[in-house]
Design a protein around this ligand. Structure first.
Ligand code: NAP
Length: 474
């Protein structure tokens, strides 16, 4: 753990398991409430000096850290693949995207503008200042174990906040690598602290300690709700990036090859373990057979294996529990009448938590897979007749993170853009995410946004100031 600029050891260690081999890939020291409290105190002390730096000065340090991340791309990418299984090429890309968040916020730190408002009384000057909220607590998941850290800590540090981070227990070495870059990049002691260990104890300390002014969380909707309840006690601010159940709608006028390649990208990347992964593929009735055939062929070409092998397209799931969840969803769907077009089972003849890339046809809205986030490599195909019908069905979920729509009718594309109840919509675009755009969800997919200026303002308070003077101004 990294507290107040020092690497801390405790008397407890945890072994990290590689999901592709089920073998140990390292050990980390773990802690709990005590370490979380120390880290919060350290962030509290550091806040006084970190907030006093100019945005330019803070930005330069973030840019240094981004450069350090890129220099360490290979060891960081290897840590990602060994801890959570994604193919090494994707892990390298994740490091680049993690650095991109730091670069963007490093630049943006010098552009935190306030506002001057017109006064009703001309002897007054009315202003809005933007100030850092203070110490923040950040909790991140394992599926993007590096970029989720920089997407939170980049804007927080740029805003002048200081932070305590708890990473997911399956990917602590990734977090350690990122913090080594913080250290090498010249981040002052205490500005960012790393606490690994007991989620409940650390989370409780973060939500109950009055020093912590904001909780930023990425993970499941259930844990997000729990943190929101706890954060209510001290009226802490919250940003929640939670679960998703993305619809991918394909109209009969769409470019089918493009749609197939895009479903492959949005469904099987990261073995489907992405909050913006496609969960429901809606195909217009007239093209369902052709689309299913082409998708099954493309899925059959995916090479599943250990992510450390350069030609692997899809790695394992993160652990046995994730594998069981996917397996159960497919079994239940098949029992309720769905057909397995390809895949449909775990890979038996190998170690590791591998599930075959799967396509299901004949899935219906009543099935569990149509409602519960899959977080695995299963593409269930649903069919629809009309635009009106598919909008209603696509929106009929408690989630609202990402929606995709493929059509060559621009008017229809624009209608879908307006009518899909999702925080992000990709029209003919399977990969819309960029550091300067607001990422986040509606409904139970979350509150607040990460990325762009919205992501920076999440870590700032607006302060309204009125200065009255008796001086003659004109
Ligand atoms: P998770 O079980 O909610 O865990 C996320 C983090 O929360 C982990 O660090 C976890 O630590 C911690 N945690 C669990 N219980 C806690 C508690 N009581 N107090 C404080 N922290 C606690 O989610 P996951 O399985 O790791 O990640 C997958 C989920 O994240 C999916 O639902 C996915 O959609 C969502 N996600 C959303 C976004 C987005 O931007 N919207 C991005 C990526 C992922 P422990 O494991 O030690 O419990």
């Amino acid at each position: 753990m990294y507290i107040n600029g020092k690497w801390i050891e405790t008397n407890q260690k945890e072994t990290i398991i590689n999901p592709a081999t089920e073998e140990a890939v390292g050990e980390v020291y773990i802690g709990g409430q005590k370490e979380a409290e120390e880290a919060i105190q350290s962030a509290h002390q550091a806040f006084k000096t970190w907030r006093a730096l100019s945005g330019n000065e803070r930005g330069k340090i973030l840019l240094n850290i981004a450069a350090e991340l890129l220099k360490a791309q290979t060891p960081i990418a290897e840590a990602i693949t060994n801890e959570m299984g994604k193919p090494i090429a994707d892990a390298r890309r994740e490091v680049v995207s993690a650095a991109a968040y730091l670069e963007w916020y490093g630049e943006e730190a010098k552009r935190v503008y306030g506002e001057v408002l017109p006064a009703l009384d001309t002897a007054k000057q009315l202003m809005v200042l933007r100030q850092p909220v203070g110490v923040i607590g950040a909790i991140t998941p394992w599926n993007f174990p590096v970029s989720m850290i920089t997407r939170k800590l980049g804007p927080a540090l740029a805003a002048g906040c200081t932070a305590v981070l708890k990473p997911a227990p399956s990917t602590p070495q990734c977090a350690i690598e990122v913090f080594k870059c913080f250290e090498r990049g010249g981040l002052p002691a205490g500005a960012a602290n790393l606490v690994i260990g007991d989620a409940e104890a650390i989370g409780k300390e973060m939500t109950s300690n009055p020093i912590v002014k904001k909780i930023t969380f990425t993970g499941s909707t259930n844990v997000g709700k729990l943190l929101m309840r706890n954060a209510a006690e001290n009226v802490q601010k919250v940003s929640m990036e939670l679960g998703g159940h993305a619809p991918f709608i394909i109209f009969d006028d769409a470019d089918l090859d493009d749609a197939v390649a895009s479903v492959i990208g949005t469904k099987f990347k990261n073995a489907g373990q992405t909050c913006i992964s496609t969960n429901r593929v809606y195909v217009q009735e007239s093209i369902k057979d052709e689309f299913s055939k082409r998708l099954a062929e493309a899925v059959g070409e995916l090479k599943v294996g250990n992510g450390m092998e350069e030609d692997t397209d899809m790695g394992p799931l993160v652990n046995e529990a994730a594998l069981l969840k996917v397996e159960q969803q497919v079994i239940k769907a098949a029992e309720s009448g769905a057909t397995v077009v390809t895949g449909g089972s775990r890979l038996e003849d190998t170690k590791g938590y591998f599930y075959a890339p799967t396509v299901l046809a004949g899935t219906t809205d009543e099935m569990t897979i149509a409602k519960e986030e899959t977080f695995g490599p299963v593409a269930p195909i649903f069919t629809f007749q009309t635009e009106e019908e598919v909008v209603e069905r696509a929106n009929n979920t408690q989630y609202g993170l990402m929606g995709y729509c493929f059509t060559n009718d621009i008017g229809r594309g624009m209608r879908m853009m307006h009518q899909l109840d999702y925080g992000m919509v990709g029209i003919n675009d399977p990969a819309p995410i960029v550091p300067h755009a607001p990422f986040g969800g509606m409904k139970e997919s979350g509150i607040g946004r990460e990325g762009g200026t919205s992501g920076l303002h999440e870590f700032m308070e607006e302060k309204f100031v009125s200065i009255r003077t008796n001086a003659k101004l004109f």
